[in-house]
Design a protein around this ligand. Sequence first.
Ligand SMILES: Nc1nc2c(ncn2[C@@H]2O[C@H](COP(=O)(O)OP(=O)(O)OP(=O)(O)O)[C@@H](O)[C@H]2O)c(=O)[nH]1
Ligand SMILES: [Mg+2]
Length: 558
Amino acid sequence: MSKTLYGNTSGLKPSQLKRLERLYRRRVNPSQIISHELSKELAALSYELNRQLGILINRRGEIEFVIVGDHGRIVIPAITRYRESTGRLRGLRLIHTHLSHEGLDQDDLLDLAFLRLDLIGALMVRKDGFPGKIYLAHLLPAGENGNHYGYLPAVYPWELKENFLSLINSLEDELEKQRPSKEVADTQDRAILINVTTGSKAEAEESLAELKELARSAGVTVLDTIIQRRHKVDPRYLMGKGKLSELIIRAMQVSANLLIFDQELTPSQIHSITQVTELRVIDRTQLILDIFAQRARSREGKIQVEMAQLRYLLPRLRSRDDAFSRLTGGIGGRGPGETKLEVDRRRIKDRIARLERELKNISSQRKLRRKRRRREGLPVVAIVGYTNAGKTTLLNQLTKSDLLAEDKLFATLDPASRRVRLSDGSFAIFTDTVGFIKDLPKDLERAFRATLEELYEADLLLHLVDASSPYFEEHIQAVEKIIEEMKLEHIPRLLVFNKIDLLDTFEVEALKRRYQAEAISALNKETFKPLLEKVSFMLLSGKKSEIREEYQFELLSN
Ligand SMILES: Nc1nc2c(ncn2[C@@H]2O[C@H](COP(=O)(O)OP(=O)(O)OP(=O)(O)O)[C@@H](O)[C@H]2O)c(=O)[nH]1
Ligand SMILES: [Mg+2]
């Protein structure tokens, strides 16, 4: 059986090619790393051709690939699809010759990591064509002091005593032990989060902390987080080769199946990173979309999320490849050909248009409802704020209702409205809204505009802030920015700090003074009194005249 030769075979004589092909017939005793015989043959051939030679040996001792390099280096063909073992290592070891330099070099170690080889070995070829020492390294199951590689002592091939099978078994066992100790359901994603930044470390850490919360809210187990600061973000992989190899080793060590990037990735970045890591790759936008999709309950919410997903998908429908079919998931994602791609694209556009119409319908019903409410003459207080601020909890406490409040980001997708009795005995409608977040994906923002339409009708925006968050100032700014972008600045706003049960009294007093704000604990009704007084005061003083005007306007226009 003759197998293909890989690499730089140009200019070789037929007899030389034959000898190279004959290497495929060799076998190594499975317990041996490499036999003396085989290393002699490799060294001799490599010497004669004056090129590096490499062989990839499987765990049965058979030779799977014979690769010819040039004098200084060797390029391994794409073997990412190859997985013989059930373990986490590839089930292949690479033994290759070095003609000029002693020992393993940086490229060798990168190959070891990128391909998750069982072992990598560099066999020296002496000036007389005989084998010199062999240098061997393997990946370390647990990164001890940031060390990822373990080395065997360099010896001559005939001195190799190491039992290969027991070495590899103990490595795989050790890897198995490194699995997260927490019971993680097999269906649950296990992720490493990555932030590549040109900015400060502190910013990256803060952003990653939020990404972690998002991941947790999506039901993903976070195994590790990685920050890489660079002068320039690499256009292809974002991070450099070295960091990428660390990431691959780390993913193998903790048995991750998902990489979540803290920035938006281009379709081709997703593709290249997926290819080298062989892991699923998503970005922050996709993660938020997933959370929204998990949460959407009402017809309206579902439509909005689907629209956002389709809009996210559309520009990413480019080529037919693996990364792509992963991206498309349920939507006609079975590797469409070019023409099918066009059909899909049109179909998606049609679907978006249909959803848009349906949404408009719902939105006009909503308008009717609002109008009716207007007729009742009740002022509207919209509770806005960063996600997880406690908006739903507050509405629940105010109205003794039982809406879902959770320690998760984006617990609420469907806005709810309830009547609340104010301290002066009058009533107001309080509405709960979707939480805000910094850099909300544009597609989602567009989709949720309709839900947030409620806000335009509000007489007062009650801006709730989780005072216990170390990042509450950034949260306030993010919310203010969105309010501005949505052109809602003209509506009176009341800043309210929540979760003060988690703070010291003097901290609370300082916050109130500094921000001219109210402070409550949404869990404790007794803290509501000043807030409700302030609300009725603001509604009375600010809005009375306006409400009357609008009411008259409505009467006139009907
Ligand atoms: N300690 C404390 N926890 C609170 C308080 N208010 C809310 N929480 C908790 O904060 C978490 C988030 O509350 P939610 O009411 O779901 O927050 P939300 O603003 O509606 O969040 P989204 O709907 O996700 O935007 C829940 O676990 C609440 O129990 C409070 O005053 N003190
Ligand atoms: Mg909520």
